[in-house]
Design a protein. Structure first.
Length: 303
């Protein structure tokens, strides 16, 4: 047998996620929220990690906004079928998934629903029970084209001078979850990856490594504190150096100014990350430090 026939093909090149930075993500959302419908669509894409075709295929009947059951079912996607026409198609079995929704996403979707119903009523029509969540028709009878969403996003990014793509919001969602300490299998499940996390691990190796380093460093917060380190933590309140220290120092300042009562409910992690242009993991670390200072009480912060 020829050596050429025996040779194994080269492995497929690894995907380079290259997600937007937290600051870039914040700028993108700020710009998008000028149109609340557009802002909601990008927010959902960013927090769920869903593919563009999956976002376009979401129907209100697949969303549960009832308290304690807030979730979304991804069972379909808009993709090109026979003849190159866009159509709604079922996802592969391993890609179908139910995603829990955080409180900010739930609020955004509730507001979006009210806007959709108000627009429909103003035009003398009703929002269909199986209406698409993001639609160009007032009754929600048609889906948006994935290419149109992509082009609009690229124009937005170009205005801001950010070199990114819509698909990289999916990478942003994945890396934020990993850095926040969410296990790989759970991340893989939310993304619709098969292989029990193998694909996810291969794609996001660098972020898993960074999360592992943070976990190792976290032992210092779970053991006795050395005197010099204690002094450094105290000084961080008046002279913060690291991003998480700046989050904690801001919470302390707001408590001292009366904007935030000591022991009260803190702003959500998402809000803090947005305000400070940092990752969700950094915002959570800042909250932990604020708790240590006595500014907040554990268990009273919002997700």
């Amino acid at each position: 047998m020829s050596p050429i026939n025996q040779a194994e093909p080269p492995a497929a090149p690894k995907e380079n996620p290259d997600p937007p930075t937290p600051d870039e993500a914040a700028r993108i959302l700020t710009e998008a929220w000028a149109d609340p419908d557009w802002g909601t669509q990008l927010w959902v894409a960013m927090t769920t990690g869903a593919r563009r075709g999956e976002i376009c295929a979401i129907r209100w009947s697949a969303i549960n906004l009832d308290e304690g059951r807030e979730s979304i079912w991804l069972r379909h996607a808009i993709r090109k079928g026979t003849g190159g026409r866009w159509e709604e198609a079922e996802l592969k079995t391993h890609q179908r998934r139910r995603l829990a929704l955080d409180s900010e996403t739930v609020n955004a979707l509730r507001e979006h629903r009210r806007r959709c119903e108000a627009r429909a009523a103003a035009l003398g029509v009703q929002l269909r029970p199986d209406a698409f969540v993001f639609s160009d028709k007032p009754d929600g009878s048609t889906f948006e084209l994935p290419d149109s969403v992509t082009h609009r996003y690229l124009r937005l990014a170009e205005r801001l001078g950010i070199n990114t793509t819509l698909h990289k919001l999916r990478h942003y969602s994945a890396t934020e979850l990993i850095l926040a300490g969410v296990d790989i299998r759970t991340v893989a499940g939310r993304l619709g990856h098969s292989g029990g996390g193998t694909t996810t691990l291969r794609t996001y190796t660098a972020w898993v490594s960074e999360a592992d380093q943070r976990a190792a460093a976290g032992w210092a917060t779970r053991t006795s504190v050395r005197p010099q380190e204690l002094a450094n933590r105290v000084s961080a309140r008046t002279d913060p150096q690291h991003p998480y220290e700046k989050v904690a120092a801001d919470l302390a300042r707001r408590a001292e100014n009366g904007e935030l009562r000591t022991g009260s409910v803190t702003p959500s992690v998402n809000e803090l990350a947005y305000q400070h242009g940092c990752s969700i993991a950094t915002a959570r670390r800042g909250i932990e430090l604020a708790i240590e200072w006595g500014v907040l009480i554990r268990g009273r912060s919002r997700a």
